[in-house]
Design a protein around this ligand. Structure first.
Ligand code: ADP
Ligand code: MG
Length: 216
């Protein structure tokens, strides 16, 4: 809009054509922003989500394979580690797969241009009622200016980033009574971890656990 205003002030032979191009761009981006906000609002107001007992290994494998489809995932080395005790989580499968997809896309984006690119997806039983899932990369880690606001909407270090991925992840995980947080990967890079409950009753108590990390 500012560019269009400057063109109109200059008002030379190119003004009409260039202003039209700029306004086309304005219009497209406004529609894009509106769509994103509407989808987010629909999601957030959908009310109580349907949850059931879901096999963790299959859910994680499916989501990872889906997120790895596409050229940007070529040449990524994926390591899985499935805790045999982490059998069933009480979740909305589609939503948790959306969380995994967002985390994996971020991990891949953090490793663009790196050779090799290594993605590690693990499940672990942390106690009788709590499963932890982690997505680790070997990228540059989280930039300092972002760290404190990592899960807030519209926080992004990427040129084309919307900054909604992690805020959606947090909304979903907390709607499941779980926690999500980031850690530095000891071998370099970043680990995103989140917890899930194994049964309907364990969700609430998990959310209250004093020893579980809280990153808001
Ligand atoms: N695996 C990661 N490694 C490094 N930085 C990350 C990682 N995941 C997220 N981030 C940081 O958090 C920001 C917010 O992520 P997200 O909410 O998914 O938005 P977006 O991906 O659109 O930028 C990213 O822009 C990036 O700076
Ligand atoms: Mg993202």
């Amino acid at each position: 809009v500012n560019a269009a205003r400057r063109l109109l002030i200059r008002n030379d032979s190119d003004t009409v054509e260039m202003t039209r191009e700029v306004m086309d761009e304005v219009s497209q981006q406004a529609v894009r922003a509106a769509t994103i906000v509407r989808r987010l609002r629909d999601f957030l107001t959908r009310g109580e989500t349907e949850k059931q007992g879901v096999g963790v290994t299959k859910m994680v494998e499916e989501a990872t394979e889906l997120a790895l489809i596409g050229s940007e995932a070529l040449g990524v080395k994926v390591t899985y580690g499935f805790d045999p005790r982490a059998q069933t989580a009480f979740v909305n499968r589609v939503q948790i797969q959306q969380v995994l997809g967002n985390l994996i896309r971020n991990a891949l984006e953090a490793m663009v241009g790196l050779v090799p690119r290594e993605l590690t997806v693990l499940t672990a039983m942390v106690d009788k009622e709590t499963i932890e899932i982690s997505v680790a990369d070997i990228g540059p880690g989280i930039v300092d200016s972002i760290r404190a606001h990592l899960f807030q909407p519209f926080v992004s270090s990427k040129r084309d980033g919307m900054g909604l991925g992690l805020s959606i992840c947090r909304t979903i995980v907390e709607a499941h009574g779980g926690r999500i947080w980031a850690e530095a990967n000891p071998t370099g890079g970043t680990v995103l971890r989140f917890t899930l409950a194994t049964s309907p009753s364990s969700g609430a108590s998990n959310a209250e656990r004093a020893d579980s990390p809280r990153r808001r």
